[in-house]
Ligand binder design. Sequence first.
Ligand code: 5AD
Ligand code: SF4
Length: 483
Amino acid sequence: MTTPHNGKLYIETVGCQMNMLDSELVVAALRKQGYELTGDVAAADTVLFNTCSVREHAEHKIYSALGRLKFSKQTRPQQVIGVLGCMAQKDQELVFQRAPHVDLVVGTGQLGEIPRLIAEARGTRQRSLAVSLDRREGTRMEVSNSFQSYDPLREPEMRPSPYQAFVRIMFGCDKFCTYCVVPMTRGPEQSRSPRDILLECRVLADQGVKEVTLLGQTVNSFKVTEDGKIWRLSDLLAAIHDINGLDRLKFVTNYPRDMTDDLLQAVRDLPKCARYLHVPAQSGCDDMLKKMKRGYTIGEYREMHQRLKETMPDAAVSSDFIVGFCGETDAAHEKSMDLIREMRFKNSFIFKYSPRPGTKAYGLMPDDVPEEVKKARNNEMLALQNQISGEDNAKFIGRTVEVLVEGVSKNAEKRGETDASHGPVQLTGRTMCDRIVVFPGNPRLAGSLTEIAVEDCTSTTLIGSIMTREVQHGSTSLLPILV
Ligand code: 5AD
Ligand code: SF4
């Protein structure tokens, strides 16, 4: 049977890794139905935006992009424009009001419907809205069921890299931090079946995937009972670890309160687990943490960090921070700066507070830190984190690190250097503690574990060259080689 030709598909994705995974799954489903990907929006018959609502800025960008399509739609009346993901679930009908030329609005829990909805929109020219229940619109079970599980088995060529894959292990979030819209846009916290997760990991390993990153908004809160057995994240890691072919396991994002000893010990004892833990602190000030309803004090975060470092002294920890949250004083900001100095995070993702309709903070707490102050605190924090990252990266100079080679670096790609026909090109990879490493080599090394001698660094990147083993008088030494 031949696949029907369904025209050209353009998709733009913003936001987190969960969105990248969702887009991969949507594209895979559409390709199976004869859609062909294009990078040129003007040439596309179907245009999809997979959106993010975590900050207002991300939504503005999507509405501007939609605005630009208004006139192109007049010249291509057959074009179908769809808004998917978090903003679709949050704004619903409002998307049609703000951008009347949009055909589809499909929330995070309805992505499985997309192939049918596009076909219907093209046939009938009717708009359609497919969203899940609001968290107050039904019982927990009803709301959970309205966020359909969407993790079909996928096509290997749809991943950004053939050696790396995301696997969702949880949906949604129940933590309700007062600033965050995710519990609304992604629904109630639900852990996926370990059987399904393991099957997916096995298929990925058979397709040549070397590194699996398990995804969840609070990935370490994973807990589910299946066939009478309780599975926590530590149990899942141990089971995935046994799969032949996989070299590395990662998981993001962790919730500080659920960083239990069994999990830390699993990461320590399972050699394929990356020695890297993303555990967002959000603030270094107890008053702010309380207003954010994060559920821990800085004393408790510190205790968690100490336990982590005692279990794995070599582990790298990274964090997220929000600057300028409601009522944040200079003194409160200084406490976040102190926390960064004390914890020496490998890196921090820093965000200016953006009030989000539907959250508790939006209704109850004034956004009273001026934009210039948010900006100044953001820059100051970034400068401090960069200084620390640079100092800690410099400690790697003269050492050898093992990297999983990801492929040609972005810079080399921009220069058009994608093969080794004119000599080695700049490759990129990551260490076990998630540090980015660039080095000259042959792109064929992508997907392999390779030892790199670190010679230099920046605050974000280690710079080195490939080592080879040379046996001299019975002892093995490592020498740099050119490939
Ligand atoms: N404003 C700014 N940053 C936010 N984040 C979540 N909600 C907001 C908001 N309203 C940040 C948090 C979270 C990361 C994914 O985004 O730091 O960890
Ligand atoms: Fe948002 Fe808090 Fe849930 Fe993270 S834990 S997704 S910040 S509500």
